[in-house]
Design a protein around this ligand. Structure first.
Ligand SMILES: [Zn+2]
Length: 307
């Protein structure tokens, strides 16, 4: 039996968001107003979708307090992420904001900084980045083209023309550790570094189950037929709003025929080769680091062989 998320491989980066998203309360205008007015509120500024951080004693998110952000607290594009220990947490756009407290923060690429943050902070960062990008790219109604405005503390947008609501989108993507006997299938992307191999992955298509997507993508990219698809764990990936769905699958044959467009090369790898790759001591094989769910799928497969 394979372990799910929170197993020996630990929860994935971006997956430990402690906030209560307060879905049942945020539609209440008076309640929302009281949260915006709460002097204990914490506000995470972003510039060009990069979070503000403090890097003096270790790296942590650069939360600003209610007094510092002033009228930006009530700006319609400021998003209520959720509540933790009765304290509301928000994300806001700080592009063009000229104030010493904002300028005092460093604005770092979310992917680059994630591994340096506490797990809970990385989770809140993921939600904030995805939400701000969604708002920035959904200013007009997909049905009638009129302007839309945030409602419910930024959980939705409402069209001024036809009253249609739009909802933040999540794009599901499957990623799969394909195994056969004592080997797993890893692939190198066409535009990737020479020795860099990873699990096969791809976005789900409309009307497709996770299992269907695994079977289709693996065959399209590697020519390998698989069955026995099983879920392992998932990871939010906020670039901009993907959900990585980690699976295992069994190959029914060894033959590989890569597509040559997305995938340049695929190979069957032993546990020993994979273990040395994870440790960084395999000159012929490099694999993704701990920020990526692929790393943890490979780790889980090695651990299973040791069990
Ligand atoms: Zn509309």
């Amino acid at each position: 039996m394979r372990a799910a998320s929170g197993s020996a491989s630990g929860p994935h980066v971006f997956s430990s968001n402690p906030l209560d998203r307060v879905g049942g309360s945020r539609g209440d205008e008076a309640w929302l107003r009281s949260r915006i007015d709460d002097p204990r509120g914490r506000y995470l500024p972003f510039r060009e979708l990069k979070p503000g951080v403090r890097a003096d004693e270790g790296v942590r998110l650069g939360w600003l307090d209610r007094e510092t952000v002033g009228p930006l607290a009530a700006h319609p594009e400021t998003v209520l992420l959720g509540v933790l220990d009765d304290v509301p947490h928000f994300a806001l756009h700080a592009d063009g904001v000229e104030a010493a407290a904002f300028d005092a923060l460093e604005y770092r690429d979310a992917r680059g900084v994630a591994m340096d943050l506490a797990a809970t902070e990385a989770g809140m960062l993921a939600q904030g980045r995805s939400m701000l990008e969604w708002h920035a790219t959904n200013r007009f109604c997909p049905q009638c083209g009129s302007a839309t405005t945030p409602i419910e503390g930024g959980a939705r947008r409402l069209c001024a023309g036809c009253a249609a609501r739009s909802y933040p989108r999540v794009s599901p993507s499957m990623i799969v550790l394909v195994e056969r006997e004592d080997r797993c299938l890893l692939a190198r992307r066409r535009n990737g570094p020479p020795n860099r191999f990873s699990c096969l992955a791809g976005y789900l298509e409309t009307g497709e189950s996770i299992e269907d997507a695994v079977v289709r993508e693996v065959f399209e990219e590697s020519g390998v037929r698989v069955d026995e698809v099983r879920y392992h764990s998932s990871q939010p990936w906020p670039f901009p709003a993907t959900l990585m769905i980690g699976c295992f699958a069994q190959a029914t044959a060894w033959d590989i025929q890569v597509d040559g467009t997305e995938i340049a090369e695929a190979r069957w790898v032993t546990r020993d080769e994979a273990r040395r790759a994870l440790e960084g001591t395999n000159p012929d094989l490099a694999v993704p680091d701990r920020i990526a769910i692929a790393h943890h799928l490979i780790r889980a497969w090695i651990d299973e062989g040791d069990a």
